[in-house]
Ligand binder design. Structure first.
Ligand SMILES: Cc1ncc(COP(=O)(O)O)c(C=O)c1O
Ligand SMILES: [Zn+2]
Length: 411
């Protein structure tokens, strides 16, 4: 059995037994009633320590099993998730005047985004609950990730994506054998349709934020960061934000390790949104508890969200950690793709690198000390969206005849 004590509503504080509830607090509804998984830290501490971790030969995020919501470990899927590199980005850091800049390359997960951390946990929960069909609405990454984990687990997968989803993500879905429903509308509309379909046909639903176990998967990136930095937690963590589940998941991870005594300080969480999809930036600046819905418009499809589903937890994460919310333009995002690639070798998709654009902006505003320990989450691989990658550079290949004369003329 897992070490969960209960699931707690972020708004009213009501506690639920995990066996009694699948999604959100009925009294508070989907947006305000997201649930947080609370563990028995005292019990976990007894045989889960920094020392036991040091000796662990599990080279994936399952090395943190005692603090994950798994009742039946035998159902853990074989695909390797997590244990992604944390690069000390020396050259890139120099360009910004920062001595201690790190990039967490989440694009190296099996389906090439950080969503695999959540999907792997979700699939275990689906199997534990005896589900045979699962569903998700997604801008693309959560869906392709779910498809990657659900197919080998024998789960029928029904996916809702906006028809504007990048082709690479749709290709992943089709290759993994998911039933793909393309919605003529926004991601937010696809989300609502999926939620209704899940209720109607009793498909177990991986929609972000409403399923309390997803943040538990995402938090493992924070646990890895602590371990990779030898238990010296970063000063600030930069994260691209759409629905807000990644940032709140990471914050949960840092808090779990802080409460277990593994780290002795908590980082500031900095959320970065595209200017055309920045309801959380606005709510944060206006000191509101909830966002106003907008029609999003940004090249960064994965964070093109008008109604952030994990808004309560996300705003809490930024406020509790004394962090910030930063808007960046699409041009700044495109520049970030190229700058990170050339400065570190890591290739990120637009939403994967908006985080870095936020860091660059805050650095230019003089808000970051040169010796701060900074982690930038690169949440998705650049190959996910080649069209945007091509827009990030004006460089063109040289075309030559297959002979030296032609080459000499061109070079
Ligand atoms: C690559 C990438 N980065 C960032 C995010 C933002 O995560 P969240 O919607 O949980 O804020 C997503 C979500 O789809 C994503 O795919
Ligand atoms: Zn509630």
């Amino acid at each position: 059995m897992s070490n969960i004590l209960y699931l707690e509503c972020v708004t009213c504080g009501k506690r639920y037994a995990p066996s009694k509830i699948d999604y959100t607090c009925p009294a508070c509804g989907d947006i305000e009633g997201t649930l947080e998984v609370v563990y028995d830290h005292e019990r976990i501490k007894r045989d889960f320590t920094k020392e036991t971790l040091k000796g662990s030969r599990v080279y994936s995020h399952w090395r943190y099993l005692p603090i994950l919501p798994v009742d039946r470990p035998e159902l853990i899927p074989p695909l390797r998730v997590g244990f992604t590199p944390l690069y000390h980005a020396v050259k890139l850091g120099k360009e910004l005047g920062l001595s201690d800049l790190y990039l967490k390359d989440e694009g190296l997960n099996p389906s090439a985004s950080m969503k695999d951390r959540a999907s792997s946990v979700f699939v275990v929960k689906a199997l534990e609950k005896g589900a045979t069909s699962v569903t998700a609405a997604s801008t693309g990454n959560a869906a392709s990730s779910l498809a990657a984990f659900a197919a080998p687990a024998g789960l029928e997968t029904n996916i809702f994506v906006p028809e504007t989803a990048p082709r690479a993500k749709v290709a992943q879905l089709l290759v993994y054998g998911a039933n793909v429903i393309m919605v003529k509308g926004t991601y937010d509309q696809a989300f609502n349709l999926c939620r209704e379909a899940a209720e109607t046909w009793r498909w177990y639903c991986r929609n972000t934020a409403i399923n309390p176990y997803l943040a538990e998967g995402k938090k493992t990136a924070a646990l890895e960061i602590c371990e990779q930095l030898n238990w010296d937690a970063p000063d600030r963590v930069f994260v691209s934000v759409g629905d807000g589940c990644v940032i709140s998941g990471l914050w949960k991870g840092f808090r779990d390790f802080y409460e277990l005594g593994f780290i002795d300080k908590l980082p500031q969480m900095v959320g970065v949104q595209a200017e055309g999809a920045a309801p959380l930036v606005k709510a944060f600046n206006e000191n509101k508890r909830l966002t106003e819905s907008i029609i999003p418009d940004t090249i960064a499809d994965s964070i093109s969200v008008g109604t952030p589903r994990d808004q309560v937890k996300a705003l809490k994460a930024v406020r509790e950690s004394h962090g910030a919310m930063v808007p960046v333009s699409d041009d700044e995002i495109l520049d970030a793709i190229k700058e990170i690639a050339q400065g570190s070798g890591v290739f990120g998709e637009p939403a994967g690198v908006a985080s870095y654009a936020g860091l660059k902006k805050m650095t230019a505003q003089g808000l970051i000390d040169s010796n701060e320990k900074i982690v930038v989450m690169i949440t998705g691989n650049g190959l996910k969206d080649i069209d945007s990658a091509m827009k990030s550079t004006t460089a063109k290949p040289i075309i030559v005849e297959p002979d030296m004369k032609s080459l000499e003329n061109q070079i």
